[in-house]
Write a protein that binds this ligand. Structure first.
Ligand SMILES: [Zn+2]
Length: 320
């Protein structure tokens, strides 16, 4: 059994404390995708974070292992260490150079979005005007497919995500997005998007963030409820978990340098407010997920699929 958390955020700082990952490991998680930057982060910050995270992982071989293949995830679990990969939330760190996808893959990036909430030169964000995947976006998509990076449509615009899913040669995931039918937030996804994702062989991973679950103090039961909705719509082979928990450390300032404008990335019109932070499911929600899914009628085999086997399948089809 492999438990896979498809998205987790530590402070975007090279000295981030990795001990929250030990708690996830203790709760039964075997692989975590950790965020190394988004469209709001300049490349200087993304590179600094990647270098810092790689150094922390290398200095703790008894706790963590940066993996590049599905079999390495299984081996790490057998060895009792937590397997890690990096994800990028947006294509702006590629600096409009499709060949940067392979550079990031070499550094440990295993999954990426094409846009974060707002439009960029590659793709549309979910809180911006619908245009669709740009000609550069099609080149980036091919480069991301070729680099063996999982294509991730969380934070992307609805129309654009449908175009990405239609054009991708590999399965596409939503690493942290929930059914709009259960929680009508602009970051959530329609039944049409969920069905298109399943048609690629992909996986919709359920976020543990309050606004996207429609629950002020979210629990594992809320995550299970959203997972069951996706399973009922497209089958348990297309459901995963990406708890999207964001860790902050008061002593580490990870604000993007250079004129960072939070109201641009999290617009008021989409329901965001300055100074208002979301709540997250607790780190050990993973311990309760099997029971909560069982309560909703899933079989042990289906629960194994949802908690990790589906994402392992996507990784096996994509990573090289
Ligand atoms: Zn996100």
């Amino acid at each position: 059994m492999i438990n896979w958390d498809a998205h987790f955020c530590l402070p975007q700082h090279p000295q981030a404390d990795f001990s929250p990952l030990d708690r996830l490991h203790a709760a039964g998680v075997n692989y975590v995708s950790i965020n190394v930057g988004a469209d709001m982060n300049p490349v200087s910050q993304v590179m600094s974070v990647i270098a810092g995270y790689r150094a922390t992982i290398a200095a703790n071989p008894g706790r963590f292992r940066l993996v590049s293949g599905a079999d390495q995830v299984i081996q790490a679990a057998a060895d009792g260490v937590l397997a890690l990969g990096f994800d990028l939330e947006g294509a702006m760190p590629l600096m409009e150079q499709p060949e940067m996808a392979d550079v990031y893959a070499q550094l440990g990036v295993r999954q990426m979005h094409f846009a974060y909430n707002r439009n960029n030169s590659v793709a549309d964000g979910c809180h911006d005007t619908a245009r669709g995947l740009t000609p550069l976006g099609h080149q980036v998509l091919q480069a991301v497919n070729d680099a063996g990076i999982i294509v991730d449509c969380a934070h992307s615009g609805r129309l654009c995500s449908l175009e990405i899913m239609a054009a991708s040669s590999k399965p596409v995931v939503f690493s942290h997005a929930n059914p709009f039918a259960l929680a009508p937030h602009g970051r959530n996804i329609t039944d049409e998007q969920i069905q298109a994702c399943a048609a690629t062989g992909g996986v919709v991973c359920i976020s543990g963030l309050s606004w996207f679950l429609g629950s002020e103090q979210p629990t594992a039961a809320d995550v299970a409820r959203h997972a069951a909705y996706v399973a009922d719509l497209v089958g348990p082979a297309h459901v995963g978990i990406g708890l999207d928990i964001c860790i902050t450390q008061k002593e580490l300032d990870d604000t993007p340098p250079g004129g960072f404008a939070p109201a641009w990335w999290w617009p008021e019109a989409a329901g965001y407010r300055a100074g208002r932070a979301p709540a997250f499911v607790p780190l050990d929600a993973w311990k309760s997920l099997p029971l909560e899914l069982r309560k909703l009628g899933m079989s042990p085999g289906e629960i194994e699929q949802v908690l990790g086997r589906n994402m392992l399948r996507v990784a096996r089809a994509t990573w090289r």
